[in-house]
Design a protein around this ligand. Structure first.
Ligand code: GDP
Ligand code: ZN
Length: 310
């Protein structure tokens, strides 16, 4: 019995990486159930598995090692089934740009909230710093202050000039990573400047949500020469939308959640209640106004009720 990690899935076959870079094609029979959700695929890229190597150099997956996290999305718009995209993600890099294109803080905070819900650590990468004027640099530094204060590491880079790209590569070492962010922010440029042999499919799968087509898109994982893995999934902008009760959204704004312990009422929603500790913290500048406003927007979002993320 050997342990390995799934680096590619076709739905019926899995490519599993064993020790020392050896890969083996594997089959899996049976089902691994996740409580409460129906999935179209039992296993995904990033899953750590036990394999029984058969003759003819192929293997049978006999066991899945408990996932530390996973991301899923609906198999299609109307489907009740979900597809597991990837598992065991150590770092999600959220690539953003102050301009060219503008990344809105609402997008960032929704992304961070869904990452919290999935328990995936996020690092924020500010790209295209070579193009920023003083005002844009100031805005970037304001955002860095906001996000580092609540524990999200931030990095400012220029993927085009390869400036400060080395430190991103160091972070990937021995980890499973994914790059997310709006299209045009420089995800493919960055990944290519980290490792020119990687040629990721970063085109958006734009028809996916609009037409409700049943598209099966399988992620793949690439190994860097420093032992890290980068997940390649077509056009990963975020982690998909997560359904949740509006009353629980604040759990995924970590500084609001922390402060909520001091609220007067147990069921405080931190929206209108008098003597809400969260509101006091916002007034006193302890909690960022921008973050709080994005929380309020999510809470009252009528079109997209009870939903967080992308
Ligand atoms: P993706 O859609 O997120 O994968 O973005 P791309 O990597 O395709 O980049 C979109 C455009 O931004 C391309 O024209 C890149 O050359 C450009 N770009 C990427 N990174 C930088 C950067 O650091 N500085 C500048 N000035 N342009 C960049
Ligand atoms: Zn409150």
């Amino acid at each position: 019995m050997k342990e390995g990690i799934i680096i590619k899935s076709t739905g019926s076959w899995y490519k599993v990486r064993l020790d020392k870079g050896v890969t083996i094609d594997c089959k899996f029979k049976g089902k691994f159930k996740i409580k409460g959700i129906r999935t179209t695929n039992p296993l995904a890229v990033g899953d750590k598995v036990k394999v029984r190597v058969e003759e003819d150099e192929f293997g049978l997956i006999t066991e899945i090692i408990q996932r530390k996290n996973y991301i899923i999305r609906k198999a299609s718009n109307l489907s009740k089934e979900s597809q597991i995209i990837a598992a065991n993600i150590d770092i999600a890099f959220l690539v953003i740009t102050i301009e060219y294109p503008t990344t809105h803080s609402g997008f960032v905070d929704r992304f961070l909230a869904s990452a919290e819900a999935y328990r995936i650590p996020v690092h924020i990468i500010f790209n295209k710093t070579d193009r920023y004027n003083d005002e844009q640099l100031k805005q970037m530094n304001d955002w860095i202050a906001i996000y580092e204060k609540i524990g999200y590491p931030c990095h400012s880079i220029s993927a085009l000039n390869k400036s400060d790209v080395g430190k991103i590569k160091e972070l990937i070492a021995a980890n499973i990573c994914v790059f997310a962010g709006n299209s045009g922010v420089g995800k493919s440029t960055l990944v290519n400047s980290i490792d020119a042999t990687l040629n990721l499919r970063t085109d958006e799968i734009s028809d996916y949500h609009n037409k409700g087509k049943h598209t099966t898109t399988f992620a793949e994982m690439f190994e860097l020469n420093n032992g890290g893995f980068v997940i390649d999934t077509p056009g990963i902008k975020g982690f998909g939308v997560i359904d949740m009760q509006r009353e629980e959204i604040f759990h995924f704004f970590r500084e609001i959640f922390e402060e909520s312990a001091n609220c007067q009422y147990n069921n405080c929603t931190h929206t209108h209640e008098p003597k809400c500790a969260v509101k006091v913290a916002v007034e006193e500048g302890e909690i960022s106004e921008q973050r709080y406003e994005n929380y309020i927007k999510l809470y009252y979002d009528e079109n997209d009720k009870h939903r967080v993320g992308y």
